[in-house]
Design a protein. Structure first.
Length: 258
């Protein structure tokens, strides 16, 4: 098997700042597909392209967890990825599987040095010329439903902003995979937006009641409201209703703090 070659220069700390058009084009391509409700895999393809343009891996791919057990290769930058991703599934070991299990970033700057960690996968990756690997979880409701792998043919250390960018792109991929396809989604969006707007107005009125009654600034009153909500488990909407209809006295809300 011919070893992979890096298709572009390795990432560096000035990449986004010196190429703002590339960054904005990548984000625009992803968000446009999200807004237009494109096919889920179309959104994921845009994310994989963005990884290539912004973080410059040799290849990248996405594994998805099957609720019935096991994993499946969902997308790939090209067919070469299969020779790297499939050993993770076959041997049940590798950075992406650990990322999914732990719902966290997993990286290896030197897969050769990590042979103890993933002996069979590391050997398979080395056979394809892979030196470094990063795996970002596709996190939904507190657990990972899949992960995105980036593979580099040179030892590559991504810095803080690059890791944050990598996870942000993974989050956009998750949004794309969980899009609602209901025919009434436009109407529902309008309904939900108006409800959120009404809630904001109502909460603002409650904050005014709290601030006026206790002589607080709006900022402090807002703090009390959300602190009480967090402590009691009652939603800000419910508390706003209680404050404005008089069933909850402002002084009682503050008195129960601590």
């Amino acid at each position: 098997m011919t070893a992979l070659r890096e298709p572009r220069a390795a990432p560096h700390a000035d990449l986004v700042r010196t190429a703002p058009e590339v960054f904005s084009d990548c984000v625009a391509a992803i968000t446009a597909r999200l807004a237009a409700r494109h096919d889920r895999l179309s959104v994921l393809d845009a994310v994989i392209t963005a990884y290539g343009d912004l973080l410059a891996p040799a290849v990248s791919g996405t594994l998805i967890a099957d609720p019935r057990g096991g994993y499946a290769l969902l997308s790939a930058s090209d067919d070469r990825v299969r020779f790297i991703e499939l050993p993770q599934i076959q041997f049940d070991q590798g950075p992406c599987l650990d990322s999914i299990t732990g719902n966290t970033l997993v990286d290896s700057l030197d897969l050769e040095a990590d042979r103890v960690r993933w002996p069979r996968f590391a050997k398979a990756a080395a056979n394809e010329g892979i030196r470094s690997a990063y795996a970002f979880p596709l996190s939904l409701d507190g657990r990972a439903v899949g992960g995105i792998n980036l593979f580099f043919t040179r030892r590559t250390e991504l810095v803080g902003w690059q890791l944050r960018l990598g996870q942000s792109l993974a989050n956009l991929a998750t949004l794309g995979l969980t899009q609602e396809r209901d025919p009434r989604r436009v109407e529902r969006l309008a309904e939900q937006t108006m409800t959120a707007l009404n809630d904001r107005v109502h909460i603002g009125q409650a904050i005014g009641v709290l601030a006026g009654d206790l002589g607080l600034t709006p900022e402090v009153a807002r703090h009390w409201l959300y602190e009480y909500s967090s402590r009691t488990g009652r939603s800000p909407r419910e508390l706003a209703q209680a404050l404005t209809d008089g069933s909850l006295a402002p002084a009682d809300l503050v008195a129960q703090d601590g």
